[in-house]
Design a protein around this ligand. Structure first.
Ligand code: HGA
Length: 612
C-alpha cells in the first residue's frame, strides 16, 4: 500500500526520504520512486520492487537535493512498472499521490486536447499536468494547486514540488492520510508519522480539505483559502508503528482509517473497473468446481459472513451457509464435496475457527472428498493462511482496539472481491456487472469519508444513551447483520445490553421490550424494504419507543419528537452494509467514552481469541 514522504530543508534530504520509504514498507507496495529539486532541475529515480532497488539506483546516480518527494506505490491504475511509478512529472512540476482520481479519464481527455502527452497509465499524472497548465496563468505554485484541487474527484493525498520554487513543498489532504513533521529549519510530510520519526517527534495532523505550503522556516495550512492554525503534537520517543497518533483511542483511529484500509484491500484485486489477472489466480481451477460455500467464523467476522451469504446467493447464484465456528466444530456437520470452506478471522488465529477448519479437513480426507479451503484475514503469517488452500488478505493494517472496526469493513470488501472472482470464473456474473460493482467499490472510501462527517451529530445523540440499560438494533436484508454488529459493538465496549434483530421479527417477540426507556436504532438505507422498515418504525413509536435512525439522505425519514435521524450519503443497497457499519461504530464508541469504560481494552475481552 502506498506511502508518501517529502521534505524541505537546508541539508540534502535524499537519505531521509529513502529511510522514510523503508519505514513505510510494512504497508505493502509494488514500486518506489523519489524526485529531488536541485538547481532548477528535477532529479528522479524510480524502480519496480523493493525500496532497496531504489536505494541502490539513488546511490549510483548520487542524486541529492534539499527539496524532494518520495513514494511507495500500490498500483490502482496501470501496471506496477517503472513508468507508472511516482513521482510523476510535467516539465517543471513533480507530484506524488496516494489514492485515486476518479474522474481522471475526462481530465486526461481535456489535457490531451491541450497538447499534454502522457507517459504513464496512472490516474496521478493528470494532477502534474493540471498544475503545470494552471501555472500558465499564475506564477504562484500554491495558487495553482488550490485552483486545480476542486477539479479532482476521489480520495487523495498529494505532495508537489516545482523547479522554480526550491524552498516550497505543497501538500494536499483529501481522503488519504497525511501528516506534517515539524523540524527546526526543515519541515516534512508523510502519510504516516512513523516515516519521520528519525527526524522529528513533532507532528501536525492534517484534516480533510487542508492545503499546505511548507518552507524551511514556515508551515501554512489553508482551508478554503483561509490560513488556519492546527496544533503541533509532540510524540513520545518510544512511539511505535501502532501509535494512536492524534486520536484518544485506537478504536477511533481505526474507525477513521477505514477509507484508506478499504482502498488498500480492493487495490490488490482491481485494476480500474476490472479484476486483476493475477488476483486469486491460483484458485481458479478450484473455484470452477465449487457448488456451494460454507463460511465459518466467530463474532464480528461471523456478521461479515452473514452479509456475504446474501451476496453469494443474490449475485452469483451460489448456495452459501454461514455458521459460528464454536457450533460448527462440535455438531458433526456433514462435509460435502465441491464445497468452498471460507474461514474469516481478523488474526487468522481464532481458536474455534482454526479448529473447525482442521476438523473439516480431517473429515473431508476421511471420506476422500474434494473440498477447497480459504482464509480471509488480516495477518499474512497466520496459521489459517498457512493451513488453507487459498487466502485473501484484508490490508487493514494493525488493528489494536479489541472492538473490530476496520477489520470488519475490509472483510466485507474482501468477500465482495471473492464473489466477483468466483462469478467471473464460473461465468455466473457478466463482465458489465463486475465493472459496475468494482466502480462502486472504488467509490466506497469517499462515501465513508462523507459518512464520518456525522461524527459530531452521533456524539450528540450518544449522550441520550449513556444512562440506558438496554438497546435494540433493527435492520432488514444485509442490514440485519449490521444490526447484530451494532448491538455487539455497543455491548462489548459500553456494557449496555443490546440486541440486534431482523426488523421483520419485531412482532415475534422484541416488540414486548419496547417502552419509553429503551432506545431503538434503525438502519435505513435506500432499498426495496424501506417502506416495510418504515412500518416497523411506526410500530415502535406507537408503543412509546424512541428511535435513532441512520437513514439514507433521500429516504424521506425526518427528525420529529422521539425520532432522531442521522443522514447517511446515498449508496447502492448492495454495498450499503459497509457504509452503515460506520455510524454504529461511532455510536458505540461515543457511548462507551461517555460511560467511562476502557474502550480499547474492554473488560473480560481480548483481541485475538486464540483460546476456545
Ligand atoms: N492511483 C495511484 C496511486 C495508487 C495508490 O494510492 N495506491 O494505494 C496509482 O495507481 O498510481
Amino acid at each position: 500500500m502506498c506511502g508518501i514522504v517529502g521534505g524541505v530543508a537546508e541539508r540534502s534530504i535524499t537519505n531521509i526520504l529513502i529511510e522514510g520509504l523503508k519505514r513505510l514498507e510494512y504497508r505493502g507496495y509494488d514500486s518506489a520512486g523519489v524526485a529531488l529539486v536541485d538547481q532548477c532541475q528535477i532529479l528522479r529515480e524510480r524502480r519496480v520492487g523493493k525500496v532497496a532497488n531504489l536505494e541502490q539506483a539513488v546511490n549510483e546516480s548520487n542524486i541529492q537535493g534539499s527539496l524532494g518527494i518520495a513514494h511507495t506505490r500500490w498500483a490502482t491504475h496501470g501496471k506496477p512498472t517503472e513508468n507508472n511509478a511516482h513521482p510523476h512529472i510535467s516539465d517543471t512540476v513533480a507530484v506524488v499521490h496516494n489514492g485515486i482520481i476518479e474522474n481522471y479519464q475526462e481530465l486526461k481527455d481535456d489535457l490531451e486536447a491541450l497538447g499534454y502527452v502522457f507517459t504513464s497509465q496512472t490516474d496521478t499524472e493528470v494532477v502534474a499536468h493540471l498544475i503545470h497548465d494552471a501555472l500558465k496563468s499564475t506564477p504562484d505554485l500554491l495558487k495553482a494547486v488550490t485552483q486545480i484541487v476542486p477539479q479532482l474527484k476521489g480520495a487523495y493525498a498529494l505532495g508537489i514540488v516545482h523547479t522554480d520554487h526550491p524552498n516550497e513543498l505543497i501538500a494536499v489532504r483529501e481522503g488519504s492520510p497525511l501528516v506534517i513533521g515539524v523540524g527546526i529549519g526543515e519541515n516534512f510530510i508523510s502519510s504516516d508519522q512513523l516515516a519521520l520519526l528519525p527526524v522529528t517527534n513533532r507532528f501536525i495532523y492534517l484534516e480533510e480539505g487542508d492545503i499546505v505550503r511548507l518552507t524551511r522556516e514556515s508551515i501554512e495550512i489553508f482551508v478554503d483559502d483561509q490560513l488556519i492554525d492546527r496544533p503541533v503534537k509532540e510524540l513520545d520517543a518510544t512511539v511505535s508503528n501502532a501509535s494512536k497518533g492524534e486520536y484518544k483511542h485506537y478504536m477511533l483511529k481505526e474507525i477513521y482509517e477505514q477509507p484508506e484500509a478499504i482502498q488498500q484491500t480492493i487495490s490488490q484485486a482491481l485494476n480500474g473497473n476490472a479484476l486483476r489477472d493475477d488476483f486469486l489466480q491460483h484458485a481458479e481451477v478450484d473455484f470452477k468446481n465449487i457448488q456451494q460455500v460454507q463460511i465459518i467464523a466467530c463474532g464480528t467476522s461471523y456478521h461479515a459472513g452473514m452479509i456475504a451469504k446474501y451476496w453469494f446467493e443474490q449475485l452469483i447464484d451460489l448456495p452459501c451457509q454461514v455458521e459460528i465456528a464454536s457450533e460448527f466444530r462440535y455438531r458433526s456437520p456433514v462435509i460435502v464435496g465441491n464445497t468452498l470452506y471460507v474461514c474469516i478471522s481478523q488474526s487468522g488465529e481464532t481458536a474455534d475457527t482454526l479448529a473447525a477448519l482442521r476438523d473439516t479437513q480431517k473429515r473431508a480426507k476421511a471420506k476422500s472428498l474434494n473440498i477447497t479451503t480459504m482464509t480471509i484475514c488480516n495477518v499474512a503469517t497466520s496459521s489459517m493462511v498457512r493451513e488453507t488452500n487459498h487466502h485473501l488478505l484484508t490490508l487493514a493494517g494493525p488493528e489494536i482496539g479489541v472492538a473490530s472496526t476496520k477489520a470488519f469493513t475490509t472483510q466485507l470488501a474482501a468477500l465482495m472481491l471473492l464473489i466477483l472472482k468466483i462469478g467471473q470464473i464460473k461465468q455466473t456474473m457478466p463482465v458489465e456487472k463486475i465493472a459496475e460493482i468494482t466502480a462502486e467499490l472504488w467509490h466506497i472510501p469517499k462515501v465513508i469519508l462523507d459518512t464520518l462527517q456525522n461524527d459530531k451529530e452521533i456524539l450528540r445523540l450518544s449522550d441520550l444513551f449513556k444512562e440506558k440499560q438496554h438497546c435494540l438494533f433493527l435492520g432488514r436484508g444485509t442490514q440485519f447483520p449490521i444490526a447484530l454488529e451494532g448491538a455487539l459493538k455497543l455491548k462489548e465496549i459500553s456494557y449496555i445490553h443490546a440486541e440486534g434483530y431482523a426488523a421483520g421479527e419485531l412482532k415475534h417477540g422484541p416488540l414486548a421490550l419496547v417502552d419509553h426507556d429503551m432506545p431503538v436504532v434503525i438502519l435505513a438505507p435506500q432499498d426495496d424494504m424501506l417502506d416495510k422498515l418504515k412500518s416497523n418504525m411506526e410500530e415502535v413509536q406507537a408503543r412509546g419507543g424512541e428511535l435513532f435512525v441512520f437513514a439514507d439522505e433521500n429516504s424521506g425519514i425526518k427528525n420529529k419528537d422521539r425520532q432522531h435521524v442521522v443522514n447517511v450519503p446515498t449508496i447502492s443497497s448492495l454495498l450499503a452494509p459497509i457504509v452503515y457499519s460506520i455510524p454504529v461504530q461511532l455510536l458505540s464508541y461515543h457511548v462507551a467514552v461517555l460511560r467511562g469504560t476502557d474502550v480499547d481494552q474492554p473488560r473480560n475481552l481480548a483481541k485475538s481469541v486464540t483460546v476456545e
